[in-house]
Design a binder for this molecule. Structure first.
Ligand SMILES: [Zn+2]
Length: 320
């Protein structure tokens, strides 16, 4: 099959990454820039200029489409950004239309976790495994589902919101989305930090205090992992709560979708196999149907710094 080329734009709360990718999953040109903090129209124009600069460096490649990964729910098929917690200015922005006006090429936009799922399916750790599900663990918890080689978007684009499945029916803590007991509120980094403070106030001897080094504002989910690996009781308890919640969510996913593959992605994968992945698998095994669990591989995503650009380019390539 002839090689095709597409442009990928991965817009994050802090940085925006741009690149040209081919249909074998190679990145030909790549650039990372701070995400412009101007109103969306101006920001899109700044990003579009950088896109054109990179495209001009590959004059003999025919780039037929542009994919955009964005950290928010996207209303489809019109490609409208609904509210975005990390980029509050980008509320109700018809991003597909805005970029198409600037770039004069077809633009495909999707939620960043959906793009990540597609990249893992096309070129990553779950290549060709169908259905494939991804959980992206970070500040929030994103989800993406690939079925029949395509992203599952649901009726209006909101499909795949795996971070907002209710895990704790008895939770009294309202999460940012308005629900109680969401997976994200337990196992996303904000949720972990808030739970850690609850328990730290009861355990003045916890190693987590030392890991923070006196800077209480710096408490992160990764610090909990560091203390857990050093055998700290409170940190291990938190890690256990997190992996139980994730394992239950993975089991729900197995029982609902009967996937071939479930991948865990995002910054929290640095917690490692022993602290994160293996306990998730063990919990999922206990809570899912044996036959369905057996055919589902659960592992870490390939990820990487350029995965977002690849996923975004994949959006365009899979539509072409
Ligand atoms: Zn929620």
């Amino acid at each position: 099959m002839a090689i095709k080329y597409a442009f990928g734009i991965d817009i994050g709360g802090t940085n925006t990454k741009l690149g040209i990718a081919d249909s074998d999953g190679n990145i030909l040109r790549y650039k990372s820039m701070p995400t412009p903090q101007s109103p969306p129209d101006t920001s899109a124009a700044i990003i579009a200029d950088e896109v054109e600069n990179l495209i001009q460096k590959e004059p003999d490649k025919e780039i037929s489409g542009v994919g955009v990964g964005f950290p928010a729910a996207i209303i489809q098929p019109d490609g409208i950004v609904s509210a975005s917690p990390n980029l509050p200015l980008w509320c109700n922005v018809p991003l597909k239309k805005v970029f198409e006006e600037h770039l004069k090429r077809p633009v495909y936009i999707d939620n960043d976790a959906n793009a990540a799922a597609l990249a893992e399916y096309l070129w990553g750790a779950g290549k060709g495994e169908d259905p494939l599900v991804i959980y992206t663990l970070g500040t929030g918890i994103g989800g993406g589902i690939v079925i029949g080689g395509k992203i599952y978007r649901g009726a209006t684009g909101g499909g795949g919101g795996l971070g907002h499945q209710t895990i704790d029916l008895n939770s009294k803590k309202m999460w940012k989305c308005g629900n109680y007991g969401c997976l994200e509120g337990i196992a996303g980094s904000y949720g972990i930090i808030s739970r850690t403070w609850e328990l730290l106030n009861l355990d003045k001897g916890s190693l987590i205090w030392g890991v923070m080094g006196g800077d209480y504002g710096a408490l992160s989910a990764d610090m909990v992992a560091v203390a857990a690996k050093d055998g700290d009781k409170t940190a291990k308890l938190i890690a256990r709560e997190v992996t139980r919640a994730l394992g239950a969510a993975v089991a729900n996913t197995i029982n609902v979708f009967n996937p071939r593959c479930i991948l865990i992605a995002g910054g929290m994968t640095e917690w490692g196999k022993e602290l994160l992945l293996n306990p998730i698998i063990e919990e999922a095994r206990k809570r899912s149907f044996k036959g369905l669990f057996k055919v589902c591989r659960i592992g870490f995503a390939k990820g990487g710094a350029k995965a977002g650009v690849l996923g975004a380019a994949g959006l365009a390539l899979s539509e072409m």
